[in-house]
Design a protein around this ligand. Sequence first.
Ligand SMILES: Cc1cc2nc3c(=O)[nH]c(=O)nc-3n(C[C@H](O)[C@H](O)[C@H](O)COP(=O)(O)O)c2cc1C
Length: 409
Amino acid sequence: MQRHLPNLRELRPLLRVQAPRLDRRSRLAKAVDVADLRRMARRRTPRAAFDYVDGAAQRELTLARSRAAFDAVELLPRILHGTATVDLSTTIAGGRSALPFGIAPTGFTRFMQAEGEDAGVGAAAAAGIPFSLSTMGTRSLEQVAAVAPDARRWFQLYLWKDRQKSLDLLERAQAAGFDTLLVTVDTPVAGQRLRDTRNGMVIPPRLSLATIADASYRPAWWFNFLTTEPLAFASLSGSSQDLPSLINSMFDPTLSLDDLAWIRSVWPGRLFVKGILTREDTRRALGTGADGLVVSNHGGRQLDRAPVSLEALPAVREEAGDDVEIILDSGILSGADIVAALCAGADFTLIGRAYLYGLMAGGRDGVDRVIELLAREIEVTMQLMGAASIADLGPHLLGSRSKDAAPAR
Ligand SMILES: Cc1cc2nc3c(=O)[nH]c(=O)nc-3n(C[C@H](O)[C@H](O)[C@H](O)COP(=O)(O)O)c2cc1C
């Protein structure tokens, strides 16, 4: 082998030295999946806020099982199907969505990152997907509508002890153009989130020696937190109670099916019941006149050892029949997870943590990035599976490995 000295002219095309760009979008562009965004989020967010998002109930078994169930899914490739373009749009709750997922309702959102719901609804509007505002949101119904008048907006309701307050909220939601109601039924009391207890998580955060130390290496979060509007709940007045006590004082463990039926009677729009995992609850929820169901274990944050959404889905689908729309959440962290849920019988999906990791990693730009990453993953996955549209996805595209992994029913 003959050698010669490196020739600068030959090397030049290989050397594309660029000055490092420090803006937020360039930083976020380096994240190639949700796991990368999660790592960025962790570096930039105080521990109490990050763990509030990342954690789950008790031993976090349901969360781990939910992830494992998605990982066990086998998707079948189909060769030579000529799927050059893929249509990722679909219809849900009587309207279009440009992508087969929307943003799940999350409470305390501005605590994760100061842009909070504004970032979520703005990014959802730009992407043409629905955004859900939580009862425990840090922006009011009217503020969210004003920030993104063109967004498809859904409202999530926790039943209050006080029916008049629920009614007021529902009237405001309707007046502000929220087209669909998600009624969350899996939270008669707060789940036991042990990470929060260990972190002494309170809202708003208390200034202690530990928080001041934390502030010194997460300056951007603290700067935003201290220089923007104080954290407040759209529908609840501010409180420094710890989270479970706050939730327990607001919500009612004595709620029953009659209360759900009452909500149905006063809400004229589409109504989905969120937190369904069994045949019996499917029957009971649909018996009240709900239009659809959200198969969800609340991201593993409520009953630890509750069934995994993906594994509960076939029984719920069978019980509900083909005409009832079913949305699935809990554990989705990639576009392939979304494709798996749609193949397994869901009509639509919601992302909770994935959205919040994006938000914590970079505010509005971070939420844009997570939507972009998931959309691209769905598109590539579907092309490799020879599926040209969401309607093409079904159980025929699930491999035997995933069927073996599903529990017998
Ligand atoms: C930080 C956080 C706050 C949440 N707050 C609410 C809420 O206020 N109301 C609700 O119905 N669900 C709430 N959820 C549950 C989500 O709507 C959704 O069911 C769950 O996040 C889906 O699981 P995933 O995070 O694995 O995507 C919350 C979830 C997280 C992570």
